[in-house]
Design a protein around this ligand. Structure first.
Ligand SMILES: Cc1cc2nc3c(=O)[nH]c(=O)nc-3n(C[C@H](O)[C@H](O)[C@H](O)COP(=O)(O)OP(=O)(O)OC[C@H]3O[C@@H](n4cnc5c(N)ncnc54)[C@H](O)[C@@H]3O)c2cc1C
Length: 469
């Protein structure tokens, strides 16, 4: 274990927490699998109920220290972005990439893959981590950095997209960037996907739009001939006569995109603009009908509330049971985020409209921040701008097709691979072993697993993601 000498109250607090967790780890009989017992999740792949003992990490949700001078924060691994942002915004600072669902945790976004509208300039959350303490499968706590002389730099770079299969991040030191009080939004409509893709490239390269610096960039596709880029600029003051909108009550953010060309939000409300209605997914629960919404407590218009409802629905397969009884088509869940190079975006969307037909669709550009870095389990070409495409719904299947086959999801996997893209692993995946490891850094992963979890106390990535163990 790396020796840390506590010098400040936050370091003392942290050392006490990790000692307690280590004791818990050691109490688990040797050779027994280990897993996390967490209160929240944003995963979308059901797992077989596990009997493995869970490490109680509830105490690891909190920000230890914010340093406004160095613009860094010391953060516990299971801290939700909601709590992280609450701690940094009073200093006029925020993380470089804030995934848009409140209960996504810093550790979850670093070991998974986080994306947001600042990703075209700041990349993904793991790219602004300076240092991490990782509890490895082997029961050691290692402090890892990307430094050339760090003996564990392979773990630092191999951690993103390992989904907790190499170890758990307990403490992360991250970079922060300055904010301004408001975000001015311009919603720009495009009649074709290729025109939108061209605009993505142009704006991401120049980082300017109509004489303003562009801080945030994402888009929403409502139909093949109706898509919008939302261009956000942080500002100290709003143009005269303009007040910030409020989409945390009766107003619905995604609907405003097609009905307004200009808008403004406070920086806080901008960061959570997609959480209130889980993008648009809250409509499945009637939460967008004025009569229902009026009665729905404002504090419960949140993605984690809907996530729990969906988890129940999926556990009992309620919709498909009713559909079968009524002789209606059963439906396959198609909940995925994928990335393709920007110049393949139009091809992907053409395929998607034609064969899948889910709308709306979220689109968000991203580019690797450090061109020299190599993140072996999820490799981007640093010279290429990618576009993340997110779609979260169900598709009706022809009679006799079992949703468990993953027919639509498999087709999407194939098309994404053909277009030099890749998909995030927070949801279902159907790759065979060979295809999976050829995409997600198989050779590097074998070495990492041997070094940091030689006894296989943590489930391996393929078992977790594809076999849902
Ligand atoms: C509908 C939907 C939309 C989404 N949209 C976005 C989006 O727009 N932007 C975005 O960034 N992400 C998005 N996500 C994905 C989300 O970021 C990932 O699922 C992320 O991994 C979830 O993190 P979590 O903190 O909720 O972790 P969990 O769901 O609790 O865990 C995820 C995995 O990470 C492991 N893990 C958790 N904490 C740690 C830790 N500290 N150290 C090591 N391993 C750990 C767990 O073992 C588990 O395997 C979306 C997900 C869904 C379902």
């Amino acid at each position: 274990m790396t020796a840390v000498v506590p010098q400040t109250p936050w370091q003392e607090r942290y050392l006490a927490l990790r000692e307690r967790l280590l004791a818990e780890y050691r109490a688990i009989p040797p050779g027994t699998p280990v897993r996390l017992a967490k209160q929240t999740s944003n995963l979308f792949r059901p797992r077989d109920a596990s009997a493995a003992p869970g490490l109680d990490v509830a105490a690891f949700d909190g920000v230890l220290h914010v340093d406004p001078v160095t613009r860094t924060a010391e953060v516990l691994g299971m801290t939700t972005y909601e709590h992280l942002v609450d701690a940094t915004l009073p200093y006029g600072l925020m993380p470089l990439c804030v995934p848009q669902l409140r209960t996504i945790t810093l550790g979850g976004a670093v070991t998974g893959l986080g994306i947001e509208s600042a990703s075209f300039r700041n990349g993904t959350p793991h790219e602004s981590v300076l240092e991490m303490d990782i509890l490895t499968g082997d029961g050691e706590i290692l402090t890892v950095t990307g430094a050339a002389d760090d003996p564990h730099r392979d773990l630092f770079y191999g951690f993103p997209n390992s989904y907790g299969s190499l170890g758990y991040a307990l403490r992360l030191k991250i970079e922060l960037e300055p904010t301004k009080p408001y975000v001015l939004l311009r919603h720009v409509r495009f009649a074709t996907a290729s025109a939108m893709a061209e605009a993505f490239s142009h704006i991401a390269r120049g980082r300017m739009f109509e004489d303003r610096r562009v801080d945030f960039l994402d888009g929403t596709v409502f139909a093949p001939d109706e898509q919008y880029l939302t261009i956000g600029s942080m500002v100290d003051e709003l143009p005269s006569g303009m007040t910030p909108s409020d989409y945390t009550g009766m107003g619905i953010y995604y609907r405003s995109i097609a009905s307004r060309t200009i808008d403004a939000l406070t920086i806080h409300d901008y960061l959570w603009r997609w959480d209130t209605d889980w993008f648009w997914c809250s409509r499945a629960f009637g939460a967008q009908k004025p009569g229902v919404r009026r009665l729905w407590p404002k504090s419960k218009l949140r993605s984690d509330v809907y996530w729990k409802l969906v988890a129940l629905e999926r556990k009992y397969d309620l919709s498909n049971r009713v559909a079968r009884r009524r002789g209606r088509p059963v439906r396959e869940a198609v909940v995925q985020d994928i990335e393709v190079p920007v110049d393949r975006l139009a091809e992907f969307l053409d395929f998607f409209h034609r064969e899948v037909g889910i709308e709306p669709i979220w689109v968000c550009p991203l580019q690797q921040r450090d061109p020299q870095a190599r993140w072996p389990l999820y490799e981007f070409d640093p010279s290429v701008l990618y576009v993340n495409v997110g779609f979260w719904s169900t598709v009706a299947l022809p009679e006799g097709v079992d949703p468990g086959e993953g027919r639509v999801n498999r087709r999407i996997e194939q098309v994404v691979t053909d277009l030099d893209g890749r998909k995030s692993l927070y949801s279902t995946a159907f790759y065979d072993r060979e295809a999976f490891w050829s995409i997600y850094g198989g050779q590097d992963y074998i070495g990492l697993k041997e070094n940091y979890d030689p006894q296989g106390r943590l489930k391996d990535l393929y078992a977790k993601v594809v076999e849902r163990k």
